[in-house]
Write a protein that binds this ligand. Structure first.
Ligand SMILES: Cc1cc2nc3c(=O)[nH]c(=O)nc-3n(C[C@H](O)[C@H](O)[C@H](O)COP(=O)(O)O)c2cc1C
Length: 228
């Protein structure tokens, strides 16, 4: 369960369908009038997962039918821990495999009130910018009402040990491991998800005010599906 006290006052189901074009700009970008929390602390997630691995593998699929229902903090915490949380505290090992253990992918969480960075070691979110960047990459379907996107950002500075010619494939593999973890967690938690590889990286990087060596490479929308 989240234990967050600080607030910042600011104004701030289809399968195999065609991917949304990165040129779609119909969804407005902008900060809603709200007060994003500065940090969101999560409790250990273990109790949230009562599905077996077999169940999760059977349930894994892409769903693009999202509702506006907000994910409770404990569900969000479980999702993020599954994405790339620390599962071996002694070595700060993570749930997601990463080439050379470089952990070059950071997970950002785009909520209506702000975009947060997931701090794996502390299992918490830290406010990065109090703005809504959910549509900034142009990847969202026009009809998407989902309250949450995960944005996978590579820090190229951390990839320096890898020779240039191999970087892209290893970055993609590292992001893919996180994407799959999130898929399985969504199956276990009753959530719908779609990753988006087709996004305007520059526009999203600008909106997020990312550093010189940071690139958003894939986004992944997560939401509750409509009741069936
Ligand atoms: C790296 C990656 C990028 C993807 N990008 C998109 C995308 O931009 N838009 C989209 O609608 N689906 C995207 N998908 C979802 C695939 O289209 C989907 O996984 C595929 O159609 C198979 O469906 P399934 O996941 O239900 O088995 C992506 C999947 C992956 C792994």
């Amino acid at each position: 369960m989240a234990v967050s006290v600080k607030r910042l006052a600011c104004h701030a189901g289809r399968r195999n369908t065609a991917w949304a074009s990165a040129g779609d700009t119909n969804v407005p970008v902008g900060g809603a009038l709200s007060s994003p929390r500065l940090t969101i602390e999560f409790a250990p997630p273990a109790a949230k997962f009562d599905a077996s691995l077999l169940d999760a593998l059977h349930g894994r699929r892409t769903r693009r039918d999202f509702t506006v229902a907000v994910l409770p903090d404990d569900v969000l915490g479980a999702l993020l821990w599954a994405a790339c949380g620390v599962n071996h505290p002694a070595t700060v090992g993570r749930t997601a495999v990463s080439p050379l253990g470089l952990d070059a992918i950071d997970v950002y969480v785009a909520l209506p009130a702000g975009v947060y960075r997931y701090r794996c070691a502390g299992h918490r979110l830290e406010l990065h910018r109090p703005i809504d960047v959910r549509a900034a990459g142009g990847y969202r379907d026009f009809a998407s009402t989902a309250p949450l996107d995960l944005i996978y950002v590579v820090d190229l500075a951390r990839m320096k040990p890898v020779p240039n010619g191999q970087r892209d494939v290893l970055i993609g593999a590292a992001a893919g491991a996180i994407v799959q973890n999130v898929y399985l967690a969504c199956a276990a938690l009753g959530l719908a998800t779609t990753p988006y590889g087709w996004l305007r990286q520059d526009k999203l990087a600008d909106a997020m005010l990312l550093g010189r060596y940071e690139r958003p490479i894939i986004a992944q929308t997560v939401a509750y599906p409509p009741a069936s």
